[in-house]
Design a protein around this ligand. Structure first.
Ligand SMILES: NC(=O)c1ccc[n+]([C@@H]2O[C@H](COP(=O)([O-])OP(=O)(O)OC[C@H]3O[C@@H](n4cnc5c(N)ncnc54)[C@H](OP(=O)(O)O)[C@@H]3O)[C@@H](O)[C@H]2O)c1
Length: 293
């Protein structure tokens, strides 16, 4: 695979945040051919459909942006979460292996326990604390077992200008309310889906798809409260952002207190330097505002 080799890139989950970001960013990587497959075109948890599409379209790279991402609901929809996040990843990986395609799979910070005191390294022990996290970890294992030359990208706190995410929810709440309470005792790194999409496409362009697990998130560890405060400031809203504790905002799945990912490996392997979280947040909010103007 050389720098100039055009690829046939299959993107699953094309209607999700990362899928949409990949579609949008792909125009800057127009030397490749793309197939953006939403759930209707390719339900990844139907192995026959996966096989059929691989033999019909013959991708050289498959970016798996499809996932079961409803973290709380996964606690009761256990079978579905595992089928999509674990079994289906194995089916995609074996289709890649058998057809000579490379798999670029996306995983999550939730594979870790989430109580560390320093950023998580790729080789740190995993210890998922939820069905979602455990299903994502099993997906990593399935990918590595079926297609050992795959690349796995763990990311965290993903947002985009479309879809359901923290940034869009905060913008709505800040327009509706005088005050919002946001947890100030959970640390992590936001990830603008457009930055992750750009990272994946730049790695493909680089032509050296080193197998392995990589962490990608925007730079700078913050709390949800700090993130919400920045959103409020960029919006120039008068909404008060109150700091609350995790105990004051109970959810079926307890969120990690510390979920910061170390991105040294992706920098050293591919020369990818993730943008600072604040710069990316400003870009995303600028796009949201431009779209609604
Ligand atoms: N969002 C986050 O904060 C976050 C954090 C860490 C890691 N990640 C990981 O990052 C990746 C991208 O996440 P995202 O935020 O883009 O998620 P998303 O917006 O929820 O998109 C996921 C997409 O996958 C589709 N999908 C679900 N089941 C499918 C199936 N059986 N076959 C085909 N498509 C299916 C969904 O379609 P429907 O809407 O029709 O179900 C949706 O379009 C995922 O691997 C996720 O686990 C996300």
């Amino acid at each position: 695979m050389s720098l100039s080799t055009p690829m046939r890139i299959l993107v699953t989950g094309a209607d999700g945040q990362l899928g949409r970001a990949l579609r949008s960013e792909s125009v800057r990587h127009a030397e490749h051919e793309y197939l953006f497959a939403d759930r209707g075109m390719l339900p990844i948890d139907e192995p026959d459909r996966v096989r059929a599409l691989f033999s019909e379209w013959r991708p050289t790279i498959c970016i798996n942006a499809a996932a079961y991402t409803a973290v709380d609901r996964a606690e009761t929809e256990v079978e579905q979460a595992y089928r999509i996040n674990a079994a289906a990843v194995g089916w995609l990986a074996s289709a890649c292996r058998d057809s000579g395609a490379r798999l670029m799979h996306v995983s999550s910070d939730y594979v870790f326990r989430g109580d560390a005191h320093r950023p998580y390294l790729e080789d740190d022990p995993t210890d998922p604390q939820s069905v979602y996290g455990a299903s994502k970890r099993q997906g990593e294992e399935s990918a590595l077992r079926e297609a050992p030359d795959c690349l796995i990208f763990r990311t965290s706190w993903v947002y985009y200008e479309e879809g359901t995410n923290f940034v869009r929810t905060m913008i709505r709440l800040m327009r509706e309310r005088a005050s919002v309470g946001v947890v100030a005792d959970q640390w992590g790194c936001p990830t603008y889906a457009r930055d992750l999409a750009d990272c994946l496409l730049r790695i493909i362009d680089g032509g050296r798809l080193h197998p392995g697990i990589y962490h990608f998130c925007n730079q700078g560890a913050i709390t949800w409260h700090a993130f919400a405060t920045a959103i409020r400031d960029i919006l120039e809203s008068a909404c008060e952002v109150r700091a609350i504790t995790t105990a004051e905002y109970p959810t079926p799945v307890r969120r990690p207190a510390y979920s910061v990912l170390d991105t040294t490996r992706i920098r050293e392997t591919f020369g990818i330097v993730p943008p600072q979280w604040r710069t990316s947040l400003e870009e995303c909010m600028h796009r949201i505002q431009a779209a609604s103007a």
